[in-house]
Design a protein around this ligand. Sequence first.
Ligand code: HGY
Ligand code: MN
Ligand code: MN
Length: 425
Amino acid sequence: MADAAGGGRNLRVDGDRLWRSLMDMARVGATEKGGVCRLALTDLDKEGRDLFVRWCEEAGCTISVDRMGNIFARRPGRNPDAQPVMTGSHLDSQPTGGKYDGAYGVLAGLEVVRTLNDLGVETEAPVEVAVWTNEEGSRFAPAMVASGVFAGAFDLEHGLSRPDPEGRTLGEELERIGYAGDLECGNRELAAYFEAHIEQGPILEDEEKTIGVVSGGQAQRWYEITMTGQEAHAGPTPMLTRRDALLGAARAVDAVNRIGLSHQPGACATVGMLDARPNSRNVIPGSVFFTVDFRHPDDSVLSVMDGELRTVCEAIAADIALELEFEEIWHSPAVAFDAACVEAVRSGAKECEYTYMDIVSGAGHDACYVARVAPTGMIFVPCEGGISHNEIESATSEDLEAGCNVLLHVILEFAGPARRGSSWA
Ligand code: HGY
Ligand code: MN
Ligand code: MN
């Protein structure tokens, strides 16, 4: 198939234009330390979405938006009824996020469209670039909720009703920013989906490889836990009669870390949010809310970690006479990507003569849900020091261009015979 399609063997993207687009997008929600804060469905997320839509319309794409606010920019192919080849990622960021997490996959997809336009290449199937709503799961939990609805992991009502910390729902915020689309979310056939992303870990850089051939994503479990004791005066209250909720939470934070360390290699265990009330220096905390993020490539190990967490939290609550509210709010099982898509990424890296290695994604991505409904693959490129979800997140223009060239290759491979004028590309 690659031969008929030309496989993009000799085609290359414009790395400088990709870099300029990334830097232009990074100005939306730019932070002083050089990162971005574009929380899902805020005015800044809207501004980034509007910029992407304008660029895609300038590139001749038609835009559709589904009921979860997912945006699809479609470049027509010769056969409008052919299943589209889709790429994309997300534009929402962490509160102290980086320029490349998500935005790279979206703008690499746009760069492929721009390159095909420049070269006058016509594909058999349409090519679509997607922007998935609320990938980060920072403002609305869980992560990847909109690609999850698209893939049937959640129903639409669940997705739209996700509340933010102020109680505003995802659906209300979609209406407010004008991205509550009328296209059904999901139930669409795709020829394939490919997502380009920075690795967000140190492996490619340590191994000095340019392309990560992503075989799948690890399993994740997210929890919300509240420990409740009794607010009391920090002065006269005897130590032995206290029901100190923050003491309980502190022991739980240490226990989460120990559970992660005891399931090496592979386990990751994080308490990312902690809210102690009333948060006054001379009041014994009466109530503490905190989150736990567990990950492991093997689901069976993750369920052992789940059991250990429940047991240790119950023991801590009993020991300090605290009430315990323990809820698992999300479980995303480990995902294996489609073998043909993984092989296409590998051969794309070979054809473009980049160094490459197989890798499992430590981070979650929309591709992990799309893989439930379409043949899916991912392309990783290194990021400096493996640092991400941090304003100092950095990647080189050369690596970003390399990943985009591999993306061009795999899209042409799956979009059917590509023609350039009267000859095959
Ligand atoms: O949490 C994750 O892995 C992703 O950044 N949403
Ligand atoms: Mn991401
Ligand atoms: Mn992220």
